[in-house]
Write a new protein. Structure first.
Ligand code: PLP
Ligand code: SF4
Length: 351
């Protein structure tokens, strides 16, 4: 393992003592769902309070949320082999690690990340890589888990080489929360190793501006300096970042760290995480306050990963009101406007 166990807190006794929580509460949730936080993020969360603590502290509400589906995105049925999710025609997710440096309480894959349910073995990884090799329609491979940076550099390098050797694979993406949760894992040698697999993209995961510490920004800089384009995914979370002011600061801090905001996800309907979901009106109102008022470079796509494996859809808000011979719309300040919606010369006439 590339991450030393001493940098992580996993014992419920130690966890409750460090955060001054009732042991019984931590232990009850821990009996059902995995528990872990990096010492680094634990200290940060103690400084900044609820928005960070909510992401890592087990909540009794997790145990009460039993009617919600465990696998809302139908990922298990979309897996032709256990370590691969093939939902869209041209891209697939390769699951390479079941562990993370911290277990987010709102994790969409809470049903298996950090548990015995998630089985990843050299043979299963080989089977997944074989599937990619024999399915040339897949041109974009997303390496995920868990957190792929929980693997050693050598192990990850081996997987990357195997994927890169497939001629039909055009781009590789890695999804990781390590710059946020354990920035010290991002070393110059890791960045250098990754840079041998271009075109390689990294999608980071940040939810709150306080997560962009000096250490996190240094980790992002190491990766950006290795020529790796950095994107960020953020989950809209009740009591964490469900306000335009908080998100605006997060988005600007990401851009300053050379990370391009990519998606703002509506929280998935995943068992044990329902207390994190906002309404869609809340997300749309936030996007409406951001659009036009912050740099377009900072704006992510607000999206929902639709239940039952339907894929992601943008959730707007929509500025177009009517389409006919004219397009009527309202601007970000609420002003009405019109734009012609016909061809001139008409179709069939010579240009
Ligand atoms: C999100 C996701 C992708 C990638 O979607 P993009 O919109 O291309 O970023 C691919 N496969 C699965 C299963 C996903 O959940
Ligand atoms: S880092 Fe990602 S995969 Fe790991 S627990 Fe958090 S949301 Fe889930």
């Amino acid at each position: 393992m590339a991450v030393s166990a001493s940098s992580l807190v996993t014992d419920p006794h130690e966890f409750s003592a460090l955060l001054d929580l009732p042991y019984a509460q931590v232990a009850a949730v821990h009996a059902r769902y995995p528990l872990r936080v990096s010492r680094y993020f634990l200290e940060l969360a103690k400084q900044h309070g609820a928005p960070l603590l909510r992401q890592i502290v087990p909540d009794p509400l997790e145990l009460q949320d039993i009617a919600t589906p465990a696998d809302p995105l139908d990922e298990e049925n979309l897996s032709p082999t256990p370590c691969l999710i093939h939902k869209y025609p041209d891209r697939a997710v390769l699951l390479v690690s079941r562990q993370c440096a911290s277990y987010c309480r709102f994790c969409t894959r809470k049903r298996k990340v950090g548990t015995e349910e998630m089985v990843i073995s050299p043979a299963l990884l080989e089977a997944a890589i074989d599937y990619i090799r024999t399915t040339p329609a897949i041109v974009d491979v997303l390496i995920s888990g868990g957190d792929p940076f929980m693997l050693s550099d050598q192990h990850l390098e081996h997987i990357l080489s195997r994927v890169r050797a497939i001629p039909s694979v055009r781009i590789i993406r890695i999804g990781t929360r390590m710059p946020c949760m354990l920035p010290e894992r991002i070393t110059a040698s890791l960045a250098k190793m990754l840079s041998r697999f271009h075109p390689l993209y990294l999608n980071l995961h940040f939810n709150h501006p306080a997560e962009l510490t000096d250490e996190a920004c240094r980790a992002c800089a190491l990766l950006a300096d290795a020529g790796i384009p950095l994107g960020a995914q953020t989950v809209l979370l009740r009591g964490v970042n469900d306000s335009a002011e908080v998100l605006k600061e997060l988005l600007y801090r990401l851009l300053a760290a050379r990370v391009k905001p990519y998606y703002l996800f509506q929280a998935d309907q995943s068992r044990g995480t329902s207390h994190f979901r906002t309404t869609i009106e809340c997300g749309q109102a936030i996007m409406q306050q951001l659009l036009g008022n912050v740099s377009g470079m900072a704006l992510p796509t607000y999206a929902l990963d639709t239940p039952d494996g339907g894929g992601k859809i943008p959730l707007g808000p929509n500025y177009v009101q009517e389409l006919g011979n004219e397009c009527t719309f309202h601007t970000y300040t609420g002003k009405q406007g019109v734009y012609p919606n016909t061809l001139w010369p008409e179709e069939g006439e010579s240009l």
